[in-house]
Design a protein around this ligand. Structure first.
Ligand code: KG4
Ligand code: ZN
Length: 343
């Protein structure tokens, strides 16, 4: 079953065509450069750009696969979570296409898309229950995947998401937005033990949730405590020290919880999963806990994209007949949709 998928949850206008777990096209039109001057995503600008670009993205996704909407059997769209007025654009477009061509419309949870993104173009079997880790700009969640469509959140952040914290640290160092990838480059040149930043939640009895706000505040004090302009070397070492602590905390929580579950696979998705150092640490964790750690095969599947939305829909509904009940009129945006409810 070929699926046309759309995602406009944040600042990427994305459309894709997928079939089962196979990616046939994956068009991502990033708005990051337009939001950079505001130091973060401006919802009204995001909505306007999505409206301007969505038709082109859909057309390109279809053209790349040499098909038209007539070759498509279902439409999938990110219904949430995300920016309400941004989601609205993708949901409206998906409803319009589904209604016009009499196709079922599948609402997909954006986090489910990130969770299942490592399964794209994947031939090996994953055993369930599996563990899933989403590390993005808006979410840091460790999830138990009982099977496709059945999720239980094992841990989430009590304040900032990991990507958000990395972005803020990068901004404090004057590295621009979004800063996770730039921070990673700087961190590679620095020494992670130069600055003794606190380990998040070290003294808390709760070892089963993530938190980055304390680390962020300590980092702000460190950066703003410097009287003179930071040298390049100081920036490298500060970036390395922040990233190191942020990842140590993540690994600690995932290890603590991971060892309690009889999972054999750990699926990792979301923008921060592009980070090489994080991948190295998660693979090491995998060896220790006897988990096969799987990342998306391409960087185009790591950040926001629509192929992961099509794959989540395709894996949940392998059979077209199951879709009889999915009418476009019933679908609406759900900006605060949590992955463990409403499936
Ligand atoms: O999944 P994503 O594209 O969007 C959300 O759903 O939030 O994730 C974006 C986040 C941003 O915080 C960005 O700085 C971070 O992913 N990111 C990285 C890297 N590339 C993107 N963080 C660390 N290292 C990277 N290489
Ligand atoms: Zn995302």
């Amino acid at each position: 079953m070929k699926i046309l998928a759309i995602d406009t949850s944040c600042d990427e206008t994305a459309a894709a065509v997928t079939e089962g777990a196979t990616v046939l096209s994956n068009v991502i039109w990033s708005q990051a450069a337009m939001h950079a001057k505001f130091g973060g995503v401006m919802p009204s600008l995001a909505q306007r750009m999505h409206k301007e670009r969505i038709d082109f993205a859909v057309r390109k996704a279809l053209l790349t696969t040499h098909c038209t909407v007539n070759n498509i059997q279902a439409v999938a769209v990110t219904a949430g979570p995300g920016l309400a007025i941004a989601l609205e654009v993708g949901v409206a477009k998906a409803k319009e296409i589904a209604a016009k061509y009499n196709l079922p419309l599948i609402p997909v949870n954006h986090i489910e898309g990130h969770l299942l993104s490592p399964l794209a173009n994947h031939n090996e079997k994953v055993s369930f229950p599996a563990l899933g880790l989403v590390v993005s700009g808006g979410h840091t969640e460790l999830v138990l995947i009982d099977k496709i469509g059945e999720y239980k959140i094992l841990a989430k952040t009590s304040d900032d998401a990991l990507g958000e914290a990395l972005d803020k640290a990068a901004r404090m160092l004057g590295l621009g937005y979004p800063g996770g990838a730039i921070l990673e480059k700087m961190a590679r040149l620095g020494k992670p033990k130069t600055y003794p930043l606190p380990m998040p939640m070290a003294r808390s009895s709760n070892k089963e949730s993530f938190s980055y706000s304390g680390l962020k505040t300590a980092f702000f004090r460190l950066v703003s405590g410097s009287n003179s302009q930071l040298t390049a070397l100081e920036i490298y070492d500060m970036a390395a020290s922040f990233q190191n602590r942020a990842f140590q905390h993540l690994i600690r929580v995932v290890t603590e919880i991971g060892k309690k579950y009889p999972a054999k696979d750990l699926l990792v998705g979301g923008g921060v999963a592009a980070n090489i150092e994080l991948r190295k640490r998660l693979r090491k964790l995998g060896k220790e806990l006897d988990l096969k750690v799987r990342f998306p095969y391409s960087t185009k599947l790591v950040g926001d994209n629509a192929a992961m939305i099509g794959i989540a829909a395709g894996l949940r509904f392998p059979d077209h007949d199951l879709l009889n009940t999915y009418h476009p009129g019933q679908v609406d945006r759900k900006p605060r949709w949590s992955i463990d409810v409403d499936y």
